[in-house]
Design a protein around this ligand. Structure first.
Ligand code: IMP
Ligand code: MG
Length: 176
């Protein structure tokens, strides 16, 4: 059966995405010159952005993953975050860069920040491809942001709705 794209409205096309990833990687290359950062991808949503970003990062790096759950099949966070997969590598005294697909309420990143800070890394920064500027509520700064967007539900480029649409190359607004 052909895929129904009638609910999708193109929002950020794949060429713009590619340019933005280049810009973010260039900043990271400059800021982390001579260091060996550990990139921590937040599963599942960040996997495509992370893999694009890392192939543009010209540094010795390591990578690990965390998996959280809070959304289920809904568009709104339950607010109740569970850790489904913890880190596998030691991060004390290391430079850590957490990679997210999108910051919505900010609950997930706040949770991750507490979790990682407990392990005493030597530095901790965040990169998020998208950031919902009107609702994100964080008491720390995200150093690397791809796009600040209004409060719309978006899919594609790793982002899902009920696990679908992650493999779309561009980012779309999902209408009901
Ligand atoms: P937060 O904890 O509310 O900031 O939510 C962050 C997580 O919710 C992200 O890592 C995404 O997995 C998911 N999420 C938030 N907004 C969207 C969206 O517009 N589309 C798809 N997933 C989203
Ligand atoms: Mg996510």
């Amino acid at each position: 059966m052909a895929r129904d794209k009638s609910k999708l409205k193109l929002y950020i096309d794949h060429r713009s995405i590619d340019k933005k990833v280049n810009e973010l990687a260039a900043r990271i290359n400059k800021d982390y010159k001579g260091k060996v950062p550990i990139f921590i991808g937040v599963l599942n949503g960040s996997f495509i952005f992370l893999s694009d970003l890392l192939r543009k990062v010209d540094l010795d790096i390591e990578v690990d993953f965390l998996k959280l759950s809070s959304y289920g099949d809904n568009k709104i966070s339950s607010g109740n975050i569970r850790l489904l997969k913890d880190l596998n590598c030691p991060i004390a005294d290391r430079d850590i860069i957490v990679v997210e697909d999108i910051v919505d309420s900010g609950l997930s990143l706040s949770f991750i920040r507490d979790l990682i800070s407990n392990h005493k890394p030597s530095s901790l920064e965040f990169v998020s491809f998208l950031y919902k500027k009107n609702i994100a509520n964080l008491n720390f700064k995200i150093k690397y942001i791809g796009y600040k967007i209004p409060n719309k539900f978006v899919v594609g480029y790793g982002l899902d709705y009920a696990q679908k649409y992650r493999n779309l190359k561009s980012i779309y607004i999902l209408n009901n």
